[in-house]
Design a protein around this ligand. Structure first.
Ligand code: SF4
Length: 168
């Protein structure tokens, strides 16, 4: 069976920076949960960040690839450099995919770890920019398909393709 990595907060786990979850009721996710194929991960908690924690963003003008290369930082609203736990969390998420041969993920959009279509611009002003979070970048580099919670239909189709290709 193909397992799918899913952001813990989308499963309602209270792991976000604000101490809350963002439970998602999509039918695709409900089916995957019934089928027992969901593997939950919160990269930031896995990397050692507390709950709650100050919001953080990739610094202005930089991207997740630069963070992974050691050329950019992830910074909290307090000014604290939280790059190390973010990178550690991304590696933990990747490690979670390896034992089960996981090839796809659905991660929370907009997060500096989990975003796959946009992140925030680093000025803590609520402005989005196209880009990905640190974990999404590392997973994509490893060949995983990464979707957001706005793409359940596409994610469902991807899973069907993977299962057809694998002959279950
Ligand atoms: Fe954790 Fe990702 Fe959800 Fe943030 S978006 S709380 S890092 S699972």
């Amino acid at each position: 069976m193909q397992y799918v990595l899913v952001s813990s907060c989308l499963l309602g786990k209270p792991v976000r920076y604000d101490g809350r979850g963002v439970p998602n009721g999509d039918a695709v996710l409900a089916r995957w949960l019934d089928e027992g194929r969901v593997v939950a991960v919160c990269p930031e908690v896995a990397g050692g960040m507390p709950v709650p924690r100050p919001p953080a963003e990739i610094e202005p003008g930089k991207d997740a690839a630069a963070v992974l290369a050691g050329h950019a930082r992830v910074v909290a609203t307090t000014g604290e450099d939280v790059t190390a736990p973010f990178v550690r969390g991304a590696r933990e998420a990747l490690a979670a995919t390896q034992g089960r041969g996981i090839r796809m993920a659905v991660l929370k959009e907009g997060s500096p770890s989990c975003g796959s279509g946009y992140v925030y611009d680093g000025h803590f002003a609520g402005r989005r920019r196209p880009g990905v979070g640190v974990t999404a970048e590392l997973l994509r580099r490893a060949g995983l398909q990464v979707f957001s919670e706005k793409q359940w239909t596409e994610a469902g189709a991807c899973l069907a393709d993977l299962e057809d290709g694998n002959g279950r």
